[in-house]
Write a protein that binds this ligand. Sequence first.
Ligand code: GLN
Length: 483
Amino acid sequence: MLLKTISGISHALKKKEFSCVELTKIYLSRIKTLNPALNAFITITEETALNDAHQADQRIALGSATPLTGIPIAHKDMFCTQGIKTSCGSKMLDNFISPYDATVVQKLKEAGAVLLGKTNMDEFSMGSSNEHSFYGPVRNPWNLEAVPGGSSGGSAAVVAARLTLAATGADAGGSIRQPAAFTNVTGLKPTYGRVSRYGMIAFASSFDQGGTLTRSAEDAAMLLNVIAGMDPKDSTSSNQPVPDFTQTLNATLKKVRIGLPKEFFTDPLDPKIADLVLTAAQTLEKMGATLHDLSLPHTPLTIPTYHILSSVECASNLARYDGIRFGHCCEHPKDIDDWYERSRAEGFGLEVKHRILMGTYLSSKEGYEDFYIKAQKVRRLIANDYIETFKKVDLILSPTTPTTAFKIGSKPNRVAMYLSDLLTASANLAGLPSLSIPCGFLDNMPVGLLLTGKPFDEARLLNVAHQYQRNADWHRRLPKEFS
Ligand code: GLN
């Protein structure tokens, strides 16, 4: 049962091979036994899960089930969940019980998915390793000494360790795809605007995009079918029609043009990762796709541009946590300034404070022209590189990360950590859909392959990924202690 993907489980539930309650109990008991080693959940919602499962069984009996009815899922703890703690990995929101559901949460609830819990994450989605959580680091199921990536590291770890069938995540610079690559799961960041941000606790509003961590591209398509679409509550959500993403999974790869940008295959990329990714590209070539070398010349500017812009947005978004309107409140404030200062000093962790300070400076009179405006212009150049490139190819293929998962505590400084997003953040700068899938192992640690597509062309990414997964079994491999 634990080896099945969403479509397999959905089928079995409908054939009454087992009930949703039985399935949910199996996952809850796995969580109880195995989560302590991983620290991947902040909240386990046992009661909600069993209630959801009962309802799902009734729905199946009545014949009104959707493909996701009875499917166990987990939400990254930045999605607001009504009546359930939503901490965003921060002391600031440690006692926040959300009064409403995020649109993504609501849609999955309506489809009948079963909520097992809320996953651990880097505080306010800032980080690449999950070491910046108020609730302690998450561990990688492939090696408990290693990070699972971040900021959606909890979601990646619980999917990899089979503590849930699927999980939601959010990606502003790589936070779905980098942890997916580090843990051998499939991570999809849809096009900016494809999925509503309503009820997702904001880090950097022009970058944040909700998406999925799953065992396969097919599972990702099934989830995207439910969570995608225009939402009147999010003015940046798009009214582009939402196709049935499962319908095109088996389209032929003949004549699909895949671009390999040279800037994504150079230093500091581990050459052994490049070899594995190129081998996967050849597999796609054998299936009919054509490979094209190309250049995205502004790629080297990705990290500084991303950090300037996202820090400015973060400083603005996080200003609301003043201990009065939102967030942790200090004890016995002397006056209003003391109230703000101590509530924020106590509520935020170091990385978040660093970014708020940076963002405040970069958007100040001194920093605005030299940094913020310049970075906006570079963002346009990076997006233009992609627009030009997509006249010649249908999608772009690269490694997801320059290295495999690193040891907890091993990054010597902030800049070294930021380089983890070197290959993922440009898709956020350009607002493009991007998907990481497993493509091999290096010293027993998973390696990810990144596919980035034209705006709103998730269907093509999922199609190519699904065809690859029919021919390769990397995504089916399990970490030993969790199999
Ligand atoms: N790791 C990146 C950062 O720290 C990306 C975070 C994200 O995608 N939310 O900013």
